[in-house]
Design a protein around this ligand. Structure first.
Ligand SMILES: [Zn+2]
Length: 385
């Protein structure tokens, strides 16, 4: 039986169907058309979406957890179940720096969850963020556990992850890490610069070798100075590299976000949440990776005020990009769905509402709050009225 979403504003790459109809066929999108010409077939599962926005589901390629559940370990199971409540239909389970023995056990748990995942958002793989970072730009990570990236480290991680590592954030200037970029690409792992104090020149060399993405641009990276443009300067100057951006309104000033958008264009800015495992929880003191984290309702910080991940999920980033950056719905949707999908090589099946694409859909109310989430054709979550 086909599921049909009828009456909503269906946002496709080139056109808004308002009111429109989105017809699903099993796991895929079958057709998108105007409501006026549409005849409802018999035996269809019809969902009235009048007055709502119909968008491709959000894809968060940098998220550590939510609601007390950490992606890094057995709680990945709960992350998969909870993410559709925020309109997320697929994501990369992101790790953090921990001592090696702990990484061994936690990533093995992740691989075990992913061998038989529960119903929920689709986990697209593991994103390793640490321990191959710069002690000069640790963010909240503990630099005692850092080590430069080598091919052996890649093999170690891919081995414990059962081949599920798809993305790796590292500082290319540490040791001979820059030389590992071709090896990462050979192993089908996306090389991402982050927590890096690299010079402009070294970053450009890394991009020439295939470095294709920057983790939470501006945060934990060498900033732009006009005589020392650093990592930020190279990200702004080189068209090919995709810039991840935390759009929670706290990590990056709206003016800096606008500079990034102007320099890169919509198609190279990928919104991420970088949500901490305590994202979405009430204010209070929590513990993440043996560090105390203080939630104040809007941010997640260490005792000294350092931001430790984000408190907002990507649906809030979507709304912020409209409120703070004046993006229109289509542009905001590109930054939260199309660009992330394209940046990890699945732009031909996910991230847009097009016939033949996976039926990953979020229905938003007029205030852009999620009402219903469909993952690969199945209604996974619905807001209680
Ligand atoms: Zn992160």
């Amino acid at each position: 039986m086909n599921t049909i979403l009828i009456g909503g504003k269906v946002c496709t790459p080139g056109k808004l169907f308002d009111p429109g109809v989105l017809v699903l066929d099993n796991k895929s999108i079958k057709t998108i058309e105007n409501k006026s010409k549409f005849i409802i077939p018999k035996n269809a599962n019809v969902l009235d979406t009048s007055g709502c926005w119909i968008l491709p589901g959000f894809i968060d390629i940098h998220i550590h957890g939510l609601l007390g559940y950490d992606c890094m370990g057995p709680d990945l199971d709960q992350v998969i179940r909870k993410l559709p409540e925020y309109g997320v239909t697929s994501f990369m389970a992101t790790t953090m720096t921990r001592p090696k023995e702990e990484i061994n056990s936690l990533i093995s748990h992740m691989a075990s969850v992913l061998s038989d995942p529960p119903v929920g958002a689709r986990c697209l793989g593991i994103h390793i963020e640490g321990p191959h970072l710069s002690p000069e730009r640790p963010g909240m990570a503990n630099s005692e556990w850092f080590s430069p990236l080598t091919t052996n480290e890649v093999d170690w991680l891919q081995n414990i992850a059962n081949g599920l590592v798809r993305m790796l954030t590292f500082a290319p200037e540490e040791g001979t890490a820059i030389d590992v970029i071709p090896y990462l690409i050979e192993k089908n792992i996306i090389p991402v610069i982050g927590h890096s104090n690299a010079s402009y020149e070294l970053t450009k060399d890394a991009i020439a070798l295939g470095l294709s993405q920057a983790t939470h641009t501006f945060n934990a990276m060498r900033p732009l100075h006009h005589r020392d443009p650093g990592v930020v300067g190279a990200v702004l100057a080189c068209p090919s590299i995709v810039a991840q951006l935390i759009c929670d309104g706290h990590h990056v000033h709206p003016g800096a976000m606008q500079v990034l958008l102007n320099a890169k264009g919509i198609s190279r800015v990928c919104l991420i949440s970088d949500a901490a495992p305590f994202a979405g929880l009430p204010s209070g003191k929590y513990n993440w990776g043996k560090q105390d984290i203080y939630i104040d309702g809007e941010t997640s910080r260490l005792a000294d005020g350092t931001l430790g991940g984000s408190h907002a999920l990507i649906d809030a980033g979507f709304r912020n990009s409209i409120d703070l950056l004046d993006l229109n719905i289509s542009e905001a949707s590109q930054c939260t769905s199309m660009v992330p999908a394209q940046s990890i090589g699945i732009g031909n099946i996910k991230g847009q509402l097009l016939p033949g694409y996976d039926a990953d859909i979020v229905v938003l109310d007029k205030n852009y709050k999620p009402l219903l989430t469909i993952v690969e054709g199945k209604v996974i979550w619905r807001a209680t009225q």
